[in-house]
Design a protein around this ligand. Structure first.
Ligand code: ZN
Ligand code: FE
Length: 260
């Protein structure tokens, strides 16, 4: 099976709008979380592409800001989370749904991943996942609308995907995340090697993404709340024992929020 062709469109400071070429019709593209229309229209134009669909993971402006202009310019159908306010009418999806777009050759399972926002969803299929602002390489989204228990469950659901699954988060936060991850796990050799690799990519002006679920399970502290080294580091930082994975997760998330 050939790999799904997914490429980044850079937007704002550090957003990626992911552009998927339709398997079987490389002249048609689907975009994920277009926060800005201009770079998408430019990418479509320069690639000679038609816009087949728009996928949205959550309602934040840096993920939906370009949707009205793209719909006006292309009439592409929009797919988004059932429980969030969207800037245009969308085909609404929630966890357990399948998003099937046979004309585009695309078929995704929809996951509910609340925590960053209450109605956040992710799209998984074709060996890739689009987790929006739930999972980043080396990190996770801030908890604006969810509890640590909810976010940990969302991250656990993503971590349960096959290890080879390529992960396409919506932001290039990797290097900052890895500085924090190394403060949590200074002895994690996989993490040290990955940090060197990511730094070299950024040095060359390349995205660090996609990552994979397998890589994230080895290097991302937020997917490692059940690992003794992570729990013990979180307990030292919190100054108390942390009896559950959710307590460890909450402590690591709070530690990162204050980390420079
Ligand atoms: Zn967001
Ligand atoms: Fe965002």
């Amino acid at each position: 099976m050939t790999q799904l062709d997914v490429r980044p469109i850079r937007a704002f400071q550090d957003n990626y709008i992911w552009l998927i070429r339709s398997p079987g019709d490389p002249g048609v593209a689907t975009v994920v979380d277009p926060g800005d229309a201009a770079p998408v229209l430019q990418a479509l134009d320069s690639g000679g592409l038609q816009l087949g669909a728009i996928l949205i993971t959550h309602y934040h402006p840096d993920h939906v800001g370009g949707v009205p202009d793209l719909v006006a310019a292309t009439a592409a159908p929009v797919h988004g989370p059932r429980h969030e306010r969207m800037p245009v009418p969308v085909e609404a999806h929630g966890g357990g749904d399948r998003l099937s777009l046979p004309a585009l050759g695309l078929d995704f399972a929809v996951l509910d991943v609340p925590g960053h926002t209450a109605g956040h969803i992710a799209y998984h299929g074709h060996g890739v996942v689009f987790p929006g602002d739930t999972l980043f390489s080396g990190g996770c989204g801030r908890l604006f609308e969810g509890t640590p228990e909810q976010m940990l469950a969302s991250l656990d659901a993503l971590a349960a995907l096959p290890e080879a699954t390529r992960v396409f988060p919506a932001h290039e936060y990797t290097l900052a995340n890895l500085r924090f991850a190394q403060a949590v796990e200074p002895g994690n050799e996989d993490l040290a090697a990955y940090a060197r690799h990511a730094a070299a990519l950024r040095q060359a002006g390349e995205p660090t993404l996609p990552s994979t679920i397998g890589t994230e399970k080895r290097i991302n502290p937020f997917l490692r709340c059940r690992v003794d080294d992570v729990r013990e580091a979180a307990e030292r930082h919190a100054g108390r024992s942390l009896p559950t994975p959710a307590a460890v997760f909450a402590a690591v998330r709070g530690w990162k929020d204050g980390f420079q």
